[in-house]
Design a protein around this ligand. Structure first.
Ligand code: NAD
Ligand code: UD1
Length: 338
């Protein structure tokens, strides 16, 4: 298929580019580089010895979208573009409504006008709110506990309404659990600006010496060792999940699907495994709980297996080894002059 990746220069988008290329798909990236480094395009070009087709544009720019659809005529869109920091969504909510909600609406309008009615959407396990039961199945009630999550839920609702009104649309709503790690080449990986919010980039930046110490947010949860438990998924597995989700294009269905491993690990499990497989030390101290955190969540991953024939292959050792290979080879991320 010919696939447009909005936000394709970002962390998950760049890994999905690799997986799609390996499966012979044709790809165009559309990204405004608000949270990505242009050097990622050079890395992707090196991996495949081929120029990366890309457009520097914002998904809120309707006329450019129209031009891109006319010029490239993609069969489907995988829609990663958006803002994703929970804390920032509390202090700058309009950025989130604009990028995530208005941006998605503009994209869908342009797709409809161009008669491209196949979309894979990046949603998040955050739409389950506070888990009422584990593992989380796709039928778990939906709610939001922060503005970022609210915008994901609104876009999911927009997609369900659109499909309800016009069943020519095919929609795969992928609810990611906790993507971590990097491509095993060490050439692409997660490169957050500023101080990382998420656990794995924080661990890798402590290990490489950019940050002094990790704070473990709470050790008094009702979990095996008291620290928070999450369903970490290797970003390369997640990327393969997008390749598999293309099966649902041109089916006239609208389906939410969890992308997780089905297994939860604690913060201490992650630190200890990282230290063991990489033979590095990750100094940490126990701190207060982070407001808004839940004790534990992990996916029921059955639906992805049944509908897409996809399941995660890589365990936390590979997540830790590959995350470290990326960070240790690129201590400052893509731009070593930072
Ligand atoms: P990322 O920030 O690395 O990638 C997003 C990309 O979109 C960036 O390259 C950014 O420059 C681009 N972008 C942002 N706003 C844009 C706009 N208006 N127009 C064009 N491009 C724009 O994030 P990621 O981790 O790769 O996440 C991708 C998607 O998956 C996001 O929608 C995110 O909310 C969702 N998601 C991520 C996680 C996670 O833990 N990383 C978990 C669940 C869901
Ligand atoms: C967070 C977001 C979630 C979002 C997801 C994207 C919050 C409250 N939730 O999920 O909405 O979809 O990122 O990936 O921000 N931890 C530490 N020290 C740190 C960082 C994290 O102990 O410096 C712990 C957390 O308390 C948690 C676990 O590590 O138990 C994972 O945290 P994180 O990587 O931020 O992911 P989530 O909180 O699951």
């Amino acid at each position: 298929m010919k696939v447009l990746l909005t936000g394709g220069a970002g962390y998950i988008g760049s890994h999905t580019y690799v997986a799609l290329k390996e499966h012979g798909h044709e790809i165009v990236i559309l990204d405004n580089f608000s949270n990505a480094n242009r050097l990622v395009l050079d890395r992707l070009a090196q991996l495949f010895q081929e120029k990366v087709e890309h457009v520097e544009a914002d998904i809120r720019d309707r006329s450019t979208l129209d031009d891109v659809f006319e010029a490239h005529k993609p069969d489907a869109v995988i829609h990663f573009a958006g803002a994703k920091a929970v804390g920032e969504s509390a202090t700058d909510p309009l950025k989130y409504y604009s990028n995530n909600v208005s941006g998605s609406q503009t994209l869908l309008e342009a797709m409809d006008a161009a008669e491209i009615r196949n979309i894979v959407f990046s949603s998040s396990a955050t739409v389950y709110g506070v888990p009422q039961a584990l593992p989380l199945t796709e039928d778990h009630p939906l709610s939001s506990t922060n503005t970022y999550g609210a915008t994901k839920l609104i876009v999911e609702d927009m997609l369900r309404a659109l499909h309800g009104a016009d069943p020519r649309w095919s929609v795969a709503i992928l609810r990611y659990f906790n993507p971590v790690g990097a491509h095993p080449s060490g050439e692409i990986g997660e490169d957050p600006g500023g101080i990382p919010n998420n656990l794995m980039p924080y661990i890798t930046q402590v290990a490489v010496g950019r940050l002094a110490q990790l704070k473990v947010y709470g050790d008094d949860y009702d979990t095996s060792d008291g620290t928070g438990v999450r369903d970490y998924i290797h970003v390369s597995d997640l990327a393969q999940g997008h390749v598999a989700a293309l099966k649902l294009m041109n089916t006239g269905t609208c389906t939410p699907i969890n992308l997780g491993t089905g297994t939860g690990y604690s913060v201490l499990d992650m630190i200890k495994t990282f230290e063991r497989v990489n033979e590095v030390s990750v100094p940490y101290s126990i701190a207060e709980r982070r407001p808004g955190d839940v004790a534990a969540n992990w996916a029921d991953a059955q639906r992805a297996k049944e509908l897409l024939g996809w399941q995660a292959q890589l365990g936390i050792e590979a997540m830790c080894a590959d995350g470290w290979r990326w960070q240790s080879r690129n201590p400052k991320g893509y731009d070593q002059t930072n």
